[in-house]
Write a protein that binds this ligand. Sequence first.
Ligand code: ARG
Length: 462
Amino acid sequence: MSQDKLWGGRFSQPTDKFVEEFTASIDFDQRMYRYDIQGSIAHCRMLARQAIIADAEATTIIAGLESIRADIEAGNFEFKVSLEDIHMNIEARLIERIGAVGGKLHTGRSRNDQVALDVRLYLRDELATILGYLDRLQEALLDQAAANLDVIMPGYTHLQTAQPVLFAHHMLAYYEMLRRDAGRLADVKKRLNYLPLGAGALAGTTFPIDREFVAEQLGFDGVTRNSLDSVSDRDFAVEFCAAAALIMMHLSRLAEELILWSSADFHFIDLSDAFCTGSSIMPQKKNPDVPELVRGKTGRVYGNLISLLTLMKSLPLAYNKDMQEDKEPLFDSIDTVKGSLKVFADMIAQMAVRAAEMRIAAARGFSTATDVADYCVRKGLPFRQAHEVVGKTVRYCIEQGKDIPELSLAEFRQFSPLIEADIYDFVTLEASVNARRATGGTAREAVERELKRARDERRNKS
Ligand code: ARG
């Protein structure tokens, strides 16, 4: 029987060709090659240090692993489906290259703890990259806020004009969401950063290994505490997918606003041509493809979270082959979130803001009605009565085709004798915005404070 399998010993018949393809993960887990090799080198150093293998053997094995890494990076490595996964592709190649001594690498280790290690190492690196893109998008939002501090836009509830707000305030709302997202990713790393290697297949190993030494070499904060849990835990992947789902939720909300704002009906912003496409039939069209796609991709990132949770549900301890299915959803969420953040960072940085259009829209829809009510309250009227007064005022405005600031004092006073000439100081867009000065409000001074705070926070971080 001419099988190249590393586990062929017990078998008398070769694997069915289709089953081989069906069970293989090499098509998607090859992206972890660098981490597989990094983990193997650390493991091998430990084996020699513990005198489980000879120093010379370790040197040969490590040189072999490094040459395989160079081959893969140069595109000179043939990944074989018959060798199932990245772990066995590399190990088989090692043995082929350096001879039987290569077979000593897997001492005191199993693919079950090996794959748990590889996924953690891989995700840890990707977390850092994703945080980098997240940071760029945050920076772009802050830059847009700082560059447009005078711009007033309509604030909405129910997508109906509610109160005027600073465009910068709106940008900073997304900054806050992403700040929480960054915190969640940092939190994923906290629990991920423990070494599972040393669990063996499930029960530990009979060799005198030094897990702490391996953990230290690989930059972990410590080692996992239970071998059964070590090989069957995928919480870190679920946590990441949940954090990724929230990031996409935030991006999809921003995407939706960009799509609305760039429409002819709103025309609050112009997206750079670089992020839009035309229509093959309607010559006037400029479609906001990038935000639309990001909004669409949010669905698959939610799906990946549910896939992983469902995959792990009810699995008995310890490793089960089901768990090989953790990779595609995880990898897809990583790729999607990374791409979406990257493209959004550039798109937001290049977005043009149409201040005049926003201002006109902000003045529509009686957006300063609440300010008139608050005015009456300050003159002693209970808020509920003030609400009634202004409700009637607005109805009158609609009937007369007038806006609130256009009413004469006599017209105002039909509704309440408390209203005096100073009412006009309160119903401009600037007055309305700047009256909301408490922390978190849209007044320019409050927004400038938050902007500065965000900048300081970022400076202190780096
Ligand atoms: N390719 C496998 C996975 O991704 C590696 C672990 C295989 N372990 C096993 N006992 N078959 O889960």
